[in-house]
Design a protein around this ligand. Structure first.
Ligand code: Z5A
Length: 207
């Protein structure tokens, strides 16, 4: 049986990843693929507990290294329990965020040493890398404006504009470094137009 494909959705907060996940799933299913949707951090009961620890506003500050290691602990579990088994069964895995988010948030936003992320990526993922990444890109203020309407902000959402600016910059740099894998979608336009770009970006992988 052929292995499935691994597609990830990335971008800053509020760019529309969750909104477009079900749309992409439908496109893939219309093309006859069996699809598993999932997210990071999280995707298994244990990894979702780690997600809760990472997002909640606790009294004790989480150190940058603890945050990075927790991201990869959740990822290790997610890969082992969900991603690898699904791909091996020929399913397509559509994941809301993956390791590009670690480069963008921990490497870019927190200015952590990228070599540490690369080392963890190799050890935890071995050869697993996305076949395609759709990077939904919009000016930081656009995404923040959409999320602000929600009310309560999690630990990441409380970061400053400068943090999210570095996150966006790092995502765009990675897209330049990996143009075969990371496709930039302009997320600062109507949902119809965003989805039109998404459809075009999926053409190659579906053919
Ligand atoms: N994180 C990390 O630091 N390191 C890692 O390795 C990983 C993650 C994997 C949780 O992720 C946090 O974890 C994240 C980074 C960190 N923190 N932040 N920030 P998350 O994915 O759960 O959090 P999020 O990015 O904040 O998700 P989000 O706010 O839900 O964003 P979204 O999914 O991209 O947006 P949305 O919910 O689809 O849309 C937001 C609103 O905009 C909604 O009302 C939509 O109806 C609206 N929308 C969407 N598209 C449009 C268009 N085109 N026009 C107008 N309005 C729109």
């Amino acid at each position: 049986m052929n292995k499935g494909k691994f597609i990830t959705l990335e971008g800053g907060e509020g760019v529309g990843k969750s909104t477009n996940l079900s749309y992409i799933k439908q496109l893939l299913e219309n093309a006859g693929k069996k699809v598993v949707t999932t997210r990071e951090p999280g995707g298994t009961p244990f990894a979702e507990k780690i997600r809760q620890l990472l997002l909640e506003n606790a009294d004790e500050a989480i150190s940058e290294k603890a945050e990075l290691l927790l991201m990869f602990a959740a990822r290790a579990q997610h890969i082992n329990q969900v991603i690898e088994p699904a791909l091996a069964e020929g399913r397509w895995v559509l994941c809301d965020r993956f390791t590009d988010a670690t480069y963008a948030y921990q490497g870019g936003g927190r200015s952590m040493d990228t070599s540490m992320i690369e080392w963890l990526e190799d050890k935890v993922q071995e050869t697993l890398r996305p076949d395609l990444t759709l990077l939904l890109d919009a000016p930081v203020t656009v995404g923040m404006g959409r999320v602000d309407k929600r009310g309560t902000l999690d630990r990441f959402e409380q970061e400053k504009l400068s943090f999210f600016t570095k996150v966006r910059q790092t995502y765009l740099e990675r897209a330049q470094q990996l143009p075969e894998i990371i496709k930039i979608i302009n997320a600062d336009q109507t949902l119809d137009k965003v989805q039109q770009e998404i459809r075009l970006s999926l053409q190659d992988i579906l053919n």
